[in-house]
Design a protein around this ligand. Structure first.
Ligand code: MGD
Ligand code: MGD
Ligand code: SF4
Ligand code: MO
Length: 686
């Protein structure tokens, strides 16, 4: 028997923890602590702990599949490539679109956008960051000149006050939750604003249970109280920011007085005042946010508001402070960095800038898609469903929109309008079932590569076993397909490291990185030169805007696109649970995790349940303007009256059948965090 330990990074969340994969006779059998891991020092959450369980699942895809007469038949790689090439060559560039993946490596994402732009010559490439932190990327870039988390994870344990708004850190980023606990040992004050009394909220010194969709009102209210009392950081505002007067014109309005904000948010005015005082008077205060802020039609407004609060209190450019946008998927930061967005090449180099278009054309040595901004994920689905014939062909790598996109009936209609779809995944997902060709990719344990966590730390993945059957690493599939399309030179890579070296060459913020330099600790971008030590804290001396100043942006509160009414009287908000990951492909195949939560539920307040005659655990029907599902009720005081919550992991009661495809006008992110539903008892069958 041969045993070995392979240190690697976690395939789940953007915290970027490290652990060892335990390999026995060439197969991954378990995980074990890796004490040198820089982010988590050997600790993991349950998902990391059980991250070996799905790897050798009997459901793994092991061979290419081609759909013939409505059923999949096994095919060789050559047959699959030949079919794909003949189809891809038959469409015009603008009729094709690619979805990249926050689950795969930087190298693979870099290759996919290169494939889209250099081979298919289409500008339409995007990925699930659209559904997640698109508001952050747009909002923070507009006000700070960089759309990423400003501080490091370690920093959080040095804060003197921590304001968590719209993040269930303890369940969704547990090892960042640990940093909050470490800070608490130093006597830090923790404030949590969330419509649900989550495990994170339960650790707070001050819990603010407010209505979903009232974030800007709350943030403006906090700022008004701070300014009224003269607690703002006058020096920081004067030296490092601009447009304070414009901001004041809005936040000082009577609309945002404590009394008015209390009414809109459903919070006691005194608690808003206390929160304002703690944040403003702390020597350093960190603001942590995630989907509660971003997934709204006002997602970008929400993000800019959090930045306003941190700027007027001087909480940027120093340790223990910052706007800590907690990125979700293991490599969503990296997929954005690699240019899997319709408006930028790697390193956020704008496609519309003709110099940069020329730079990439020369670097890749061929004609590339013209420098115009392509479709977002949400736009792709809308075009497919509502303007059939515009998009005809799609290549989806490591995404499962048939569970994760809003308004699933609409998504299904759109995807069924495609003439040809290729899905490259590790399991036969609900999306793959609709494909014409399915290609078996490899999971994190089966390849080398890099991924970039939420604090912009680029770390290595290390191969621990071979992929099952004929499955291949995603990078190899894209290279082979690129070559089959006639682009041998552009895709002649023999290893992920060779791809990474090209990334470094064309991407200024990764310019100084090599595999050898990444080592065990990784490096934080920007790291532009071989001598540069990396950048754990952004904006220390100046912001990334043209004049170096942070921009204060006046923002008015707006209601969600759909608000409760007589027909649909409850506000539905959706999200996650501790044990499962998104569309469940991996965690529902992990016995230890699936045992904890075998199916979905809807949380409702006892008063709402009583009014409807609904008991705990009763199966009920939830109905929105877009569809209906049957789901078990979980009656709990841990949710605000008038609000109900569902996790979206479970296909048998898919929350996204109900959600609203209303989008933020700038970021095109859907409003997953607020729509309206009605809940009914299921009529008894006579
Ligand atoms: N276990 C697990 N962990 C995960 C994931 C997973 O699927 N499972 N997914 C990862 C990914 S990709 C992401 S993006 C992150 C997401 O991480 P989080 O954003 O922390 O998770 P969510 O459950 O989507 O939402 C967070 C909180 O927002 C609250 N909320 C709802 N509506 C509002 C509102 O209008 N305003 C405010 N302020 N709060 C509101 C919800 O009650 C919830 O507690 O998690 C990552 N970590
Ligand atoms: N209602 C509601 N819906 C939401 C959200 C919400 O809060 N509420 N949150 C949104 C957010 S923040 C996100 S990030 C999205 C996530 O949406 P998705 O990205 O669609 O969800 P995942 O389940 O993570 O899908 C990833 C796919 O990649 C596959 N995969 C995993 N590893 C590999 C690999 O190494 N190679 C290949 N080729 N494939 C691999 C998995 O099997 C899976 O099919 O969901 C969004 N949807
Ligand atoms: S906190 Fe995130 S990165 Fe760390 S072990 Fe858990 S899922 Fe993995
Ligand atoms: Mo996400």
């Amino acid at each position: 028997m041969e045993m070995k330990y392979v240190p690697t990074t976690c395939p789940y969340c953007g915290t970027g923890c490290g652990f060892n994969l335990v390999v026995k006779d060439g197969k991954v059998v378990d995980t074990a602590p890796w004490h040198r891991a820089p982010v988590n020092q050997g600790k993991t959450c349950a998902k990391g702990n059980y991250a070996a369980e799905f790897v050798n699942s009997p459901d793994r895809l092991t061979t290419p599949l081609i759909k013939k007469d409505g059923t999949f038949v096994e095919a060789s790689w050559d047959e699959a490539y030949a079919l794909i090439v003949s189809k891809f060559k038959a469409y015009k560039p603008e009729e094709m679109a690619c979805l990249a993946s926050a689950r795969v490596s930087n190298e693979e994402n870099y290759l996919l956008q290169k494939f889209a732009r250099a081979v298919l010559k289409t500008p339409h490439v995007d990925h699930c960051a659209r559904l997640c932190h698109a508001s952050t990327v747009a909002g923070l870039a507009a006000v700070f000149g960089s759309g990423a988390m400003t501080n490091s994870i370690e920093d959080i344990s040095e804060a003197k006050c921590i304001f968590v708004i719209g993040s269930n850190t303890f369940e969704q980023h547990p090892l960042i939750g640990r940093r909050i606990m470490m800070a608490r040992l130093n006597g830090v004050k923790v404030i949590v604003a969330d419509p649900r009394f989550t495990p994170t909220a339960k650790q707070a010194d001050l819990y603010l249970p407010f209505f979903s969709g009232t974030d800007v009102a709350l943030l403006n209210g906090l700022m008004q109280h701070i300014i009224k009392n003269g607690w703002e950081d006058k020096e920081f505002i004067a030296k490092r920011t601009k447009d304070f007067d414009k901001l004041k014109e809005v936040v000082m309005k009577d609309t945002y007085s404590l009394e008015n904000v209390a009414k809109v948010t459903g919070l006691p005015a005194a608690d808003i005042a206390t929160a304002a005082e703690w944040i403003a008077k702390a020597e350093s205060s960190a603001l942590l946010y995630s989907m509660g802020i971003t997934q709204h039609t006002v997602g970008v407004d929400n993000v800019k508001s959090t930045a306003n609060l941190q700027m007027i209190t001087g909480n940027l450019g120093k340790r223990g402070a910052g706007v800590c946008a907690l990125r979700g998927q293991n490599n969503v930061q990296g997929a954005c960095d690699m240019g899997c967005l319709p408006n930028v090449y790697s390193g956020y180099q704008q496609v519309a800038n003709s110099d940069l278009h020329k730079k990439m054309t020369e670097a890749w040595g061929c004609d590339i898609a013209e420098g115009k901004v392509g479709y977002t994920v949400t736009k792709m689905i809308n075009v497919l469903a509502d303007e059939p014939g515009t998009l005809k062909c799609m290549y989806v790598m490591g995404e499962n929109p048939m569970i994760s996109d809003p308004d699933l009936h609409h998504v299904e209609k759109g995807l069924k309008n495609l003439e040809f779809m290729v899905v490259q995944d590790i399991f036969l997902t609900e999306t793959a079932e609709l494909a014409d060709v399915v290609l078996p990719g490899s999971c994190y344990a089966e390849r080398d590569g890099t991924q970039t966590n939420t604090e912009r730390r680029v770390q290595l993945w290390r191969k621990a076993q071979d992929a099952p059957g004929q499955a291949k690493p995603d990078w190899q599939i894209i290279c082979e397909l690129g070559a089959a399309m006639g682009y041998e030179k552009q895709f002649a890579f023999k290893s992920p490291e060779e791809i990474f070296n090209e990334v470094a060459k064309v991407t200024p913020s990764y310019g100084g990185m090599t595999y050898a330099r990444l080592g065990a600790e990784g490096l934080h971008w920007p790291c532009p030169t071989a001598e540069h030590p990396g950048t754990p804290v952004l904006h220390k001396e100046k912001f990334g805007t043209p004049d170096g100043l942070g921009i204060l942006t006046p923002i008015e509160w707006k209601q969600p696109a759909e608000v409760p009414d007589a027909e649909y009287p409850l506000l539905l908000t959706t999200g996650r649970c501790m044990w499962h990951w998104h569309t469940g492909t991996m965690t529902r195949r992990s016995e230890s995790l699936e045992r904890e939560e075998p199916t979905g539920w809807v949380e409702m307040n006892p008063e709402d349940a009583k009014a409807l005659g609904i008991k705990d655990k009763e199966m009920i029907r939830a109905i929105s303007r877009r569809g209906e599902i049957n789901i078990g009720a979980r009656v709990t005081k841990d949710i605000k009256k008038g609000v109900v919550f569902m996790p979206f992991h479970f296909k048998e009661c898919a929350a996204n059948i109900l959600t609203n495809n209303a989008l933020d006008p700038i970021a095109s992110i859907p409003e997953y965090k607020a729509c309206s539903v009605r809940i009914e008892k299921i009529p008894e069958v006579q």
